[in-house]
Design a protein around this ligand. Structure first.
Ligand code: PLP
Length: 462
């Protein structure tokens, strides 16, 4: 299995190389050259398997021979051992024909643990075999950073630095980043916004001298290995509702388009998915694009579902690549236009996208209302992101096809919004009940590239 860039100008890589490098050298994103298919019988054979066994069968054809079967199975087992629920991704019923897939039982209480825990294991194994060491630097508005720290803490061949905007993440998110005591973890509170964190990260990747000197690696959501790990729970959910002999639809609270793109891959592999519904908050660039064809950036409006507050949805590039018939030059052209503020999707490509994706936007008021009513009538306390999904899933489901809405974070990760809507302050799960008592360790940093690079170089020299 080889991986090619969405912009057509970078060399094809193996799974392991694509995972370790993150972004392609031409600025594009890696995608598999071909998508392996699972037959109806292959899917039927998943009935009754554990999450780990399902994960092995779904991901194996993508991974190549860098990892043996035994090693890969072992890494999967380690990745999910720390989850607080035996089913890993359990499902509850909300209403007739409407189900909630709980993706928040991992160590940092958001779905990002599914991918991050696995790539932590894959990185460690690959780096050990190669005798290499890397420096992971990530920028976060909250969930990605905590998931990355939790996944990479204590690993021998990795230092992990996470930049987050000082004073602009929730207390739970901050504490999840600042309380791990392992020496290879470095939480950096930057004086600025999330966009500043992201910009400095990009600067570091473009500063080749620095990039090579510290062996910089990226684990943000454009890393293909993260998308792949998320394909698994579409299979486990659909199979438990009767796939391959029954179609299923999914509604996904969406920001960077990584999670829902994994659903699209599951569909291309042969899973009978009917609709994939993109649910956005008031930062609705994807909904506008799928409705009108105009992909135009504007300002980010901070919301109560902050993990979906984005301007540019990076993984959408992968969907565009397919919609444009895998024409890398066409995608590169669109991304150039994006630098100047936006682009228009061609009529043919828009129709191709709409064959798979629907979309809707949810206001702040309706998000709060959904948290309130879901608690009152469905017995479910939702985080604000999941509430955006449930609002859309409930409106768009059709009686003939079960709708699964993805619950992307635990309500206790966003207690203020949940309490405001429902009057209930959700407690942290027992296994992390002492989070508020653990000592914090964080370095405050200026929004200055040279100072950041010096700090990173000094820390990893120790
Ligand atoms: C990251 C995140 C999202 C958005 O997922 P994408 O893959 O970026 O679309 C939604 N909800 C929560 C809680 C998240 O952490």
């Amino acid at each position: 299995m080889r991986y090619i860039s969405t912009r057509g100008q970078a060399p094809a890589l193996t799974f392991e190389e694509a995972m370790l490098s993150g972004l392609a050298r031409d600025g594009g994103l890696y995608v598999p050259e071909t998508i392996p298919r699972m037959s109806g019988d292959d899917i039927r054979a998943l009935h009754g398997l554990s999450y780990e066994e399902t994960a092995f069968r779904v991901m194996r054809p993508f991974v190549g021979d860098g990892f043996t079967d035994e090693v890969f199975a072992d890494l999967i087992a380690k990745a999910y051992a720390g989850f607080g629920h035996g089913a890993r991704a359990p499902m509850v019923q909300l209403a007739p024909g409407h189900f909630l897939l709980e993706l928040f039982h991992g160590p940092t209480l958001a779905f990002k643990d599914f991918a991050m825990q696995l790539i932590g294991q894959l990185f460690q194994e690959a780096l050990e075999r190669r005798g290499e060491r890397v420096t992971i630097v990530g920028a976060t508005s909250g969930d990605t950073g905590s998931a990355a720290i939790e996944a990479f803490k204590g690993l021998d061949n990795v230092d992990v630095f996470i930049l987050f905007p000082h004073g602009r993440v929730s207390e739970v998110q901050r504490r999840q980043m600042t309380t791990p005591a392992e020496a290879n973890v470095h939480a950096l509170a930057l004086d600025g916004h999330f966009d500043d964190c992201q910009a400095r990260l990009k600067d570091m990747f473009n500063h080749f001298e620095f990039r090579d000197s510290v062996r910089l690696a990226g684990v943000n959501s454009i890393n293909w290995a993260r998308v792949l790990a998320q394909v698994v729970y579409y299979f486990s959910a659909a199979v438990s509702l009767g796939a391959p002999d029954r179609k299923v639809s999914f509604t996904v609270p969406t920001g960077n388009f990584g999670d829902i793109f994994a659903g699209y891959i599951a569909k291309k592999m042969g899973l009978p998915i009917d609709r994939l519904v993109v649910a956005t908050n008031q930062n609705d660039i994807l909904h506008r694009c799928l409705s009108t064809g105009d992909y135009k950036t504007s300002e980010v409006h901070p919301s109560i579902s902050p993990s979906m507050d984005i301007q540019v949805s990076s993984n959408f590039e992968r969907a565009l690549f397919d919609a444009y018939g895998r024409d890398g030059a066409a995608v590169a052209q669109l991304m150039d236009e994006l630098k100047a503020g936006g682009f228009k999707v061609s009529q043919g490509a828009l129709e191709a996208l709409r064959e798979h994706f629907d979309s809707a936007r949810v206001s702040e008021e309706d998000t709060l209302d959904t948290i309130r009513t879901a608690h009152a009538t469905m017995g479910e306390l939702l985080c604000p992101h999941s509430a955006v999904g449930v609002r859309v899933g409930e409106a768009q489901r059709d009686p003939a096809t079960p709708m699964v809405t993805l619950a992307t974070a635990h309500p206790a990760k966003f207690p203020d919004a949940v309490e405001k809507a429902s009057g209930i302050r959700p407690p942290l799960p027992n296994r992390m009940a002492d989070l508020y008592e653990r000592p914090e360790r964080v370095t405050r940093v200026r929004n200055d590239l040279a100072a950041l690079e010096t700090l990173i170089q000094e820390r990893i020299a120790k």
